[in-house]
Design a protein around this ligand. Structure first.
Ligand code: ADP
Ligand code: MG
Length: 384
């Protein structure tokens, strides 16, 4: 995370006012892929990359936003906020302000500085970290306080309704509610959650394949429709299965023959992934890291073979990690068809692991990957 003292000095030099400073982390999903819209389980971890937000009041009725990452300052009238997104970075903080205004809060003028080290657009959720840091800053300024889960929902709405990006609640939820040295098992049905410890000597090595494929013949929407079609068939037989969260592997044995082959495979991924995600949280609670690693390997196989959500590069990144010293478990994380893998690695082997994985991947694919060593960190908080 960037140095809060440097950040404070930056805000003071620009706006001539003392800021209140907040930090909100990015995240990585340890296990639980494409289970969220099936009302199932995900288990993200907050990481030690974060966005800082500094806020100070203004008396001229303006909302002035500055991002150090973009080196850009933009000004708006608090009394006449834009109703629509402008297709730029300011949409994320403005979306939060707009949702808070919609909740009936009067929004005064303020200066807001942002500075993050969450890599932008790499799947580590810099957007949620901006939203949550902004939401903490603005709510503090106007003297209201929301519980973390409620704050997360407001930030998700900012991204869905203002930015018009169709994301689930996971990113904002973990950014707002993460806990140091813990993963968070989130039930996407009712947003109840349980923390599960990650040993402090385990590093989260996040390896960016540097590819993002838009695949021929379908994408996220197709996969989702295929898995929902399987769910509808199960529901037509025994009822009470509005989502695959409610289905079992036995259901697939009974009625799988009525499903299109792809529907059956997608459903098998979602149903088994829910089981693995809950099992992984239990293994973490027992400190059984070998079991966590085994579940991650199974999860990757299911994601790649049944969900067909991986790609050559991500499969390579996972395969090339397998025999490296210190590896506990590796899998593709995120929406699929590229993006990052998450590797749980013994901390004292992490630097050598990164070296070796990077050179193996470059040699095999011709692509130089970005690989980050992260740790399970705390959720959003006030720094000063
Ligand atoms: P991800 O969330 O995976 O990093 P997104 O495309 O969802 O990728 O969000 C990235 C966007 O979030 C950036 O393009 C930018 O608009 C905004 N953003 C992230 N970090 C910052 C920052 N420090 N300052 C300003 N805008 C940011
Ligand atoms: Mg995002």
């Amino acid at each position: 995370m960037h140095d809060p003292d440097v950040f404070r000095a930056m805000h003071v030099a620009r706006f001539h006012a003392e800021p209140a400073i907040f930090a909100a982390p990015g995240r990585v999903n340890l296990i639980g892929e494409h289970t969220d819209y099936a009302e199932g389980f995900v288990m993200p971890v907050a990481i030690d990359f974060a966005t800082l937000a500094g806020i100070s009041p203004r008396s001229d009725g303006k909302i002035v936003l500055y991002s150090e990452n973009y080196g850009e300052e933009r000004s708006f009238e608090a009394a006449a906020l834009p109703a629509k997104a402008g297709q730029r970075w300011t949409d994320y903080p403005l979306g939060v302000v707009s949702i808070l205004a919609g909740e009936g809060h009067a929004i005064p003028g303020f200066s807001l500085s942002l500075w993050g080290d969450v890599p932008l657009g790499s799947g580590l959720s810099s957007s949620a970290s901006v939203e949550v840091a902004t939401a903490l800053a603005v709510t503090r300024l106007i003297g209201v306080s929301y519980p973390g889960p409620v704050l997360a929902r407001l930030c998700q709405r900012a991204e869905n309704e203002f930015v018009e990006a169709n994301c689930g609640i996971m990113d904002q939820f973990i950014s707002a509610n993460g806990a140091k040295d813990h993963a968070l098992l989130l039930d996407c049905r009712d947003l109840s959650f349980k923390l599960a410890p990650i040993p402090p000597n385990v590093a989260l090595v996040i390896a960016n394949t540097m590819v993002k494929h838009s695949i021929a013949g379908g994408d996220y929407a197709t996969r989702r429709a295929e898995s929902e079609a399987a769910c509808a068939i199960i529901n037509s037989h025994r009822g009470g299965v509005p989502f695959l969260r409610d289905a079992t592997l036995e259901d697939l044995e009974k009625w799988g023959h009525e499903m299109a082959p792809n529907s059956l495979k997608r459903a098998r991924h979602v149903i088994s992934e829910n089981l693995r995600t809950v099992a992984a949280s239990e293994a973490l609670l027992k400190g059984d890291m070998a079991e966590v690693g085994r579940l991650m390997a199974e999860a990757h196989k299911s994601y790649s073979q049944d969900f067909e959500g991986s790609c050559e590069e991500a499969d390579a990144m996972v395969a090339l990690a397998q025999d490296l010293p210190g590896l506990i478990g590796a899998r593709l994380t995120g929406g699929g068809f590229g993006g990052c893998t998450i590797n749980l690695v013994e901390q004292d082997q992490a630097a050598a692991f990164v070296e070796a994985l990077g050179s193996r991947y470059a040699a095999q694919t011709g692509i130089v990957p970005q690989i980050h060593i992260c740790h399970a960190s705390g959720g959003a908080r006030r720094l000063r």
